[in-house]
Design a protein around this ligand. Structure first.
Ligand SMILES: Cc1cc2nc3c(=O)[nH]c(=O)nc-3n(C[C@H](O)[C@H](O)[C@H](O)COP(=O)(O)OP(=O)(O)OC[C@H]3O[C@@H](n4cnc5c(N)ncnc54)[C@H](O)[C@@H]3O)c2cc1C
Ligand code: FES
Length: 363
């Protein structure tokens, strides 16, 4: 199917926003075709270039590529090689996806859509890539079973239909991607199934960075943590935790005093980056603590918006800006602080003011 429907006089509908897919092998995307590219003023219908991007020109790629979507992500079948229940509502899948896909999915913050082989597309579930084994061409996903979509998924024993990978599972992740992570002190704070993307971050940072984790095991289990996290010595671990799994502290975030415990930990270790893989409520509360105690630290937060297509098309993840525009949170690439600064507004009103960027965030 061709998606070449852009007209020369396409209406301008977008301002410049950093796009998670820009310059990647999935760029130009569907939004380029309709004149809604997040970053390219030419593709938004203007007659001049205002993007400030020094990498591959999105407009040029689009024209050279015959005005089509580059490398559209497509559904494919993945064999289930392992399915292990840790609780009756927590299951981990091992899937054979091939080396190429496993390699692409290794980027921290990657997620994909999954559904059972015999279900329709509206059963698609966004799921974080938890672990990859590129040599074997396998990936691992952890699923918390809640309602219709996840219940349908676990009925399937042979194959899942996947589509992806998508890159925006964690906003602000660029502060620890590639060589920027080297020698950084990183703290991951995760609650419940939020640990899934945290496992991939800790796997990828491996020997590059010094990673500590604070985990609230509500709705998951320590056995699950033990199976998937390569633990190391953490100076602040309690004696009990040191004996069990090192590198990790277990803190119930809802407990009285959890905030001050975290504040002490953060102050003492002076982290370069903190990654919050928690609900919106804790992103706001803990994020404000981190920014107060360590204003210079990089902040990354999980993308908790409702994501249904991941392509900037369906609108389920949209928020409206104070300027009256609609921003698709599955496509834009924000810093953790940018999201945090708008958080209370995101949760309470439909009108937020985002910083518009004429340049791409550093990779
Ligand atoms: C980027 C991303 C990564 C995720 N990673 C994981 C993961 O690794 N493991 C995991 O178990 N869950 C993950 N989720 C959440 C998961 O997609 C939902 O729990 C699932 O869609 C619930 O479907 P349901 O029909 O079982 O339950 P529902 O009753 O439909 O929903 C249960 C809860 O999930 C929320 N939800 C439903 N659909 C979506 C959606 N399309 N996007 C976001 N939230 C939704 C609902 O608002 C509700 O809070 C992730 C979500 C996102 C956006
Ligand atoms: S999930 Fe469809 S537009 Fe973002």
């Amino acid at each position: 199917m061709g998606y070449s429907i852009m007209k020369e006089d396409a209406a301008k509908t977008q301002s410049h926003i950093n796009c998670i897919d820009a310059g990647s092998d999935n760029c130009p995307c569907y939004l380029a075709v309709t004149g809604d590219c997040l970053v390219c003023s030419r593709l938004q219908g203007k007659d001049c270039c205002e993007c400030g991007w020094t990498g591959v020109c999105v407009y040029n790629e689009f024209i050279q590529g015959n005005k089509r979507v580059n490398n559209p992500r497509k559904d494919f079948e993945a064999e289930i090689i392992d399915q292990k229940f840790y609780k009756e509502d927590l299951v981990v899948y091992g899937l054979h996806v091939g080396k190429g896909f496993a390699m692409k999915a290794s980027r921290p913050g990657s997620y994909l859509f999954a559904r059972a082989g015999n279900t329709d597309r509206f059963y698609d579930i966004p799921l974080s890539v938890m672990k990859t084994d590129v040599e074997e061409g396998n990936i691992y996903l952890a699923v918390k079973i809640i309602s219709a979509k996840t219940k349908a998924l676990i009925e399937e024993k042979n194959k899942l239909i996947l589509r992806g990978p998508y890159r925006s599972g964690i906003h602000g992740i660029s502060s620890i991607t590639g060589n920027k992570a080297i020698n950084q002190k990183v703290l991951i704070i995760a609650k419940g199934i939020g640990i899934a993307p945290g496992v991939l971050v800790s796997q990828v940072l491996g020997n590059k960075a010094n990673v500590d984790m604070v985990i609230d095991t509500e709705k998951i289990s320590k056995e699950f943590i033990k199976d998937f996290i390569d633990t190391r010595q953490c100076a602040d671990a309690s004696e009990e935790d040191k004996n069990a799994y090192t590198g990790i502290q277990y803190i119930s975030l809802a407990d009285k005093g959890a905030g001050s415990r975290l504040e002490k930990l953060v102050k003492k270790n002076n982290y370069d980056s903190v990654i919050l893989l928690v609900s919106d409520y804790y992103i706001e509360n803990l994020g404000n603590i981190i920014k107060r105690v360590l204003p210079a630290a990089g902040l990354a937060v999980s993308n908790n918006f409702h994501i249904c297509c991941g392509e900037g098309l369906c609108g389920s993840c949209s928020v409206n800006t104070s300027g009256g525009e609609s921003i698709k949170m599955c496509k834009c690439r924000l810093k953790g602080e940018e999201l945090l600064n708008n958080f209370s507004k995101l949760n309470t009103v439909a009108s937020v003011s985002f910083p518009y960027c004429g340049e791409y965030a550093e990779e």
